[in-house]
Design a protein around this ligand. Structure first.
Ligand code: ZN
Length: 429
């Protein structure tokens, strides 16, 4: 299994030093809470055995949960980051670049790029099928999915390229040096569990040491310097993890990531939404039909055999085609309004897509988030009411309503599946 780490040497070093710091801090906190607070102060000096037992039980439960979620997060970010595979041309590009370096040429200058890094124009481009077999996907103006010119591969919905690890990451959140890697959809749940348990753990350490210090002050007995040091440590890490937890919880309830949040007020999503065959481009939207036509078909298209007006992909209102006509799927290219979040499916379901559908999943770092499963034929991630609003805005319900072919029926079914991905979408009613 390849390890995915930062491409920067300095960051890699930091991520190796951090666990040592954390182990040191936790060992010290254990020494203070178990040794000084519970054993020396509460049990031996004040005979408060009950209070000491409560603190010890809570302490070790939280410590165990904190360690478990930390290890789960670290191993996930390193070994199961959730990255898009590199495109087949990446190896070729590496060879070209190393060849160029040997010859003393510089390939970094945009002018002297040694390779084409734009979208793969082959209609049968590997991976393209994963998009047009769904009912909705995020697309470019020409109806093709987004393309990563670094990974030389198609970018699924909510995928972002991270320059830190030089890979495209599913539902990318942020690079976290504390856990040594990129937090994405595979690790976000474990990460939130880790920050939550750590905040609770720090709260307990803070409470136990601060109350003991308070008792020493009121007794007028000499103060334990370890209590003061532990209070400072717990306050620092506690505040930090508490703020991380609050921010992450907010993103979970809104179905956003740190990356989404950067442009949440202005972001416009452009998506290819499956429409009935025969849907034609209008002045409001264009259509694209998959599989994209091969070159000879494109030629025919130019000669007027197909009555569309869009680039490579358009075969709207098509007659018999070379490719299996029944297997074609037509998509309308539609846009959201700025700031609309198509992934928001309501607080409760937003929570479930990340944290899981049962209470054990919420608390234990065992099963991956349901949103990491992209097998649905509807979309890469469930979509909410924004989809319905967008379709209504483009008056697509009317278009679909008049259609009676199989795609049209599918669209209608899509509308009826209230609890499905495209909740609330009503086409053809
Ligand atoms: Zn990429």
């Amino acid at each position: 299994m390849p390890v995915i780490e930062s491409t920067r040497a300095a960051t890699r070093w930091i991520t190796r030093i951090v666990p040592v710091i954390l182990v040191g801090a936790v060992s010290y906190a254990t020494f203070v809470v178990v040794g000084r607070v519970c054993s020396t102060f509460l049990i031996n000096k004040r005979r408060e055995v009950g209070a000491a037992i409560v603190i010890l039980v809570l302490y070790f439960i939280l410590l165990l949960l904190m360690i478990a979620t930390y290890l789960r997060t670290v191993t996930t970010v390193l070994f199961d980051t959730g990255v898009v595979p590199l495109g087949p041309q990446v190896e070729e590009r590496k060879k070209t670049e190393s060849e160029a370096r040997r010859q003393g040429r510089r390939g970094t200058d945009f002018e002297s790029r040694l390779y084409y890094d734009g979208p793969d124009l082959d209609p049968d481009s590997p991976g393209l099928e994963q998009f047009y077999t769904k009912d909705v996907f995020i697309c470019e103006n020409d109806g093709r999915p987004k393309w990563c010119s670094e990974c030389l591969n198609w970018k699924a919905d909510r995928v972002h390229h991270s320059s830190e690890i030089s890979r495209c990451v599913f539902r990318m959140d942020h690079y976290c040096p504390w856990v040594g890697g990129m937090i994405g959809e595979n690790s976000f749940k474990y990460f939130v569990q880790f920050t939550t348990y750590t905040a609770c753990y720090c709260g307990l350490v803070l409470g136990a040491t601060a109350s003991s210090l308070h008792k020493q002050v009121s007794e007028g007995s000499p103060l334990d310097a370890h209590f003061i040091a532990a209070i400072a440590l717990a306050a620092f890490f506690g505040l930090f993890t508490f703020l991380m937890t609050v921010t992450s919880m907010r993103y979970i309830f809104l179905n956003m990531t740190n990356v989404d949040a950067l442009s949440s007020r202005s972001k416009v999503y452009q998506m290819a939404v499956r429409a009935p065959r025969g849907t034609v481009s209008t002045d409001k939207f264009s259509v694209v039909t998959y599989p994209l036509p091969k070159e000879d078909e494109e030629e025919e298209q130019r000669n007027g055999r197909f009555n569309g007006d869009m680039g490579a992909g358009n075969r709207s209102g098509a007659g018999p085609a070379r490719r299996d006509d029944l297997a074609t799927r037509t998509f309308a290219v539609l846009k959201t309004e700025p700031g609309e979040n198509p992934w928001d499916i309501g607080i409760w379901r937003n929570w479930q897509t990340v944290m899981g559908t049962n209470i054990f999943d919420w608390f234990l770092p065992i099963r991956k988030s349901p949103c990491a499963n992209h097998d649905s034929h509807e979309s890469f991630y469930p979509m909410g009411h924004v989809m319905a609003d967008v379709l209504a805005r483009y008056s697509l319900s009317g278009v679909a309503g008049k259609d009676s072919d199989s795609a049209g029926l599918e669209m209608k079914e899509l509308g009826r599946r209230g609890s499905g991905n495209l909740e609330g979408v009503r086409i053809g009613n």
